[in-house]
Design a protein around this ligand. Structure first.
Ligand SMILES: [Zn+2]
Length: 460
């Protein structure tokens, strides 16, 4: 009985981990627990089906009550909250109906429940924004299913969530635009007083505003004085997150309503957005992405920012190449300055003139100075070179890490002390955590050495 067990999808540089006996055994247990979980869910779906057949509710209200009762019965037996049962069964039935290949992969233990949930949420968005057109719903969810039913090397729950997000937005740009507009109406602020003199403030605000606030808070915390007087008048060390909180407090208490701009784009200071060429020329409505991958924007919003004279901007052109692993690699970055890269003539002719606009931008990309080729004799990466590496990498370059560039370090791949150059080829974005691991020679994919796998990994 039984089919040979699939290997976990680890990155190439970590393949040696599969021969570590403890990790091999842990993987086998992981697969077994996914298979057991899938069987458990199937029992619950069968039970729900049988109870519905018994009760035969004629009215939708009655049907809804029966379902709630069934979820409650399951929750009582398994000892978990009813809401959790509802979410688990919703995910499973969406997956069974719309994502058959992903569901099969889960049943076989090849992908985990978290991945199924993320893909099912994406499918839910596609189904909702295309309600009434079953054919389109089928096509879009099938594309999602095909893309995510097989794990890729280095897949990680965070990177998969982003890939699902981007794929859903690309498959259905109009639906993404609608969801974006509806979500703007859910903005709110709430306060919960705790028993210890603290209050939890929650604010749901447009990402375009908060992404910029987040970056500015980090910048402020990094430069604020660490020693401050406390309530008792003693000088004490103030931690990084406390400095962020203190800065925000200052803004909240001294800020005035007069500063609020009439444009949603008013708070975009410091953020970088990558807009596909076809979106700029209006040949397509492909979404734009923040350069560090934190969020995506529908084409209409990205173009509105580009064209808004009140938003201060610096434009860059990036030329990419498809790497052997299928990912896009930035190989040319040209700084254009603050003027819209398409002059008024070309803009007026769009979208008819989109081909002309496209070749004009390509010309500028090829004739401009590639700031990725900036060379410096200094130890630290600054100026155009720093900007170029941040635009190229966006976020920490360790597999599965999402730490954005503004919170990370610029690392010499071969250290400056051992002769490494200060240029783009020898520089990468690394978060503090992965920088520390790499500096001890323990991040194989990011180190230049070709050391054999360490002994502990092979169990010898
Ligand atoms: Zn990292």
């Amino acid at each position: 009985m039984g089919t040979p067990m699939a290997d976990p999808a680890v990155p190439e540089d970590y393949a040696h981990l599969l021969s570590a006996p403890e990790l091999r055994a842990a993987w086998e247990e992981e697969v077994a627990s996914r298979q057991a979980e899938a069987r458990k869910i199937q029992h619950l779906l069968d039970y729900r089906e049988r109870r519905l057949a018994q009760e035969q509710p004629k009215h939708t209200f009655r049907r809804s009550a029966v379902l709630k009762a069934v979820h409650r019965e399951i929750a009582l037996v398994l000892g978990v909250p009813e809401g959790q049962i509802y979410r688990m069964l919703s995910t499973a039935s969406t997956a069974q109906e719309w994502l058959p290949r992903t569901w099969e992969a889960y049943r076989a233990g090849i992908v985990d429940a978290d991945r199924v949930q993320k893909v099912a949420e994406g499918a839910g968005d596609l189904i909702e924004t295309n309600s009434g057109d079953r054919q389109v719903q089928r096509e879009l969810t099938a594309a999602l299913d095909t893309r995510f039913c097989v794990p890729a090397a280095g897949d990680h729950r965070n990177t998969v969530a982003r890939a699902v997000r981007d794929t859903v937005a690309e498959l259905d740009t109009a639906g993404h635009q609608r969801r974006y507009e509806i979500a703007q109406n859910t903005r709110h602020v709430s306060f919960v007083a705790l028993d210890n003199g603290m209050t939890l403030m929650k604010a749901l605000l447009p990402t375009l505003v908060l992404a910029s606030v987040e970056e500015r808070l980090h910048a402020a915390a990094a430069t604020a004085t660490r020693k401050q007087k406390n309530a008792a008048g003693e000088t004490a060390e103030v931690g990084y997150h406390q400095r962020m909180a203190d800065t925000l407090t200052g803004w909240l208490l001294t800020g005035s309503g007069a500063e609020v701009t009439d444009s949603q784009q008013g708070g975009t200071a410091g953020i970088n957005i990558t807009i596909p060429l076809e979106t700029v020329t209006e040949a397509s409505d492909a979404p734009a992405t923040s350069t560090d991958g934190r969020f995506i924007l529908p084409a209409a919003q990205a173009r509105a920012i580009m064209n808004d004279p009140k938003v201060e901007k610096t434009f860059y052109l990036t030329g990419t190449r498809t790497a052997p692993d299928g990912n896009q690699q930035s190989v040319r970055i040209v700084k254009l300055g603050s003027d819209h890269p398409l002059d008024n003539l070309a803009r007026a002719e769009r979208p008819e003139g989109s081909e002309q606009a496209s070749s004009r931008l390509t010309e500028k990309l090829l004739s401009g100075t590639n700031i990725l080729e900036t060379v410096s004799s200094a130890r630290f990466v600054t100026g155009n070179l720093r900007r170029a590496v941040l635009l190229r990498d966006g976020r920490c370059q360790a597999e599965g890490c999402l730490e954005p560039g503004f919170r990370a370090d610029l690392d010499h791949i071969t250290s400056y002390e051992t002769g490494g150059a200060t240029n783009a080829a020898n520089t990468q974005v690394l978060c503090h955590h992965h920088h520390e691991i790499k500096s001890h020679g323990l991040l194989p994919e990011l180190s230049t050495g070709t050391d054999p796998p360490p002994e502990w990994a092979t169990g010898d």
